[in-house]
Ligand binder design. Structure first.
Ligand code: ADP
Length: 159
């Protein structure tokens, strides 16, 4: 029974990410969501806020933990005892990037495998960056993110 690490920026968590976690929990004994610091990537929520928003979205769900990490994903996977990297695939454009990253991670840690799941069709077009754009332009995001995330987005964008 394996532990899967689900790494990402989650800026912020969306119903698409939650779809991936649910599928991971059905496949693996334990899922550790790993929220990356990603200094090179500009995020609107800092890492502690992203962890808090994801934890709240997972409240009451068993066998899921949410942690932050810095550095290599494979190092954090080893530290948490994960033998699988869980990622979501929405489109062919995701595939190219995910394939490169999976091959790089395999090179760095041959004992760890990447496993990809596809979301339900209604979640397949969701991305944190598009949701931020919609929110920034004053659009409603309640269909795409849990209520506490929509509220956090509104508050953040109000300055
Ligand atoms: P990253 O910066 O690592 O791409 P993201 O938070 O954007 O972080 O995404 C983390 C993972 O979740 C990636 O594997 C991405 O493909 C997947 N993902 C993002 N949105 C969705 C979605 N709507 N459905 C399925 N998987 C998704």
């Amino acid at each position: 029974m394996a532990t899967a690490l689900y790494p990402g920026s989650f800026d912020p968590v969306t119903y698409g990410h939650l779809d991936v976690v649910r599928r991971g929990v059905a496949l693996f004994e334990r899922v550790v969501v790993a929220v990356g610091q990603r200094h090179e990537k500009q995020t609107i929520f800092d890492v502690d806020e992203r962890v808090r928003l994801f934890r709240e979205a997972m409240a009451g769900m068993e066998r899921v933990e949410v942690e932050s990490f810095e550095g290599l994903v494979v190092d954090f996977a080893r530290k948490t005892g994960a033998s699988v990297l869980l990622r979501g695939l929405r489109t062919m454009s995701d595939f190219e990037y995910e394939f490169q990253m999976a091959q790089t991670n395999r090179h760095l840690a041959p004992e760890i495998d990447s496993v990809f799941v596809t979301p339900s069709p209604q979640h397949s077009f969701l991305s944190s960056s598009l949701i931020k754009e919609v929110a920034q332009a004053g659009g409603a995001v309640e269909e795409f993110v849990p209520p506490h995330v929509a509220a956090a987005l509104r508050e953040k964008l109000a300055g």
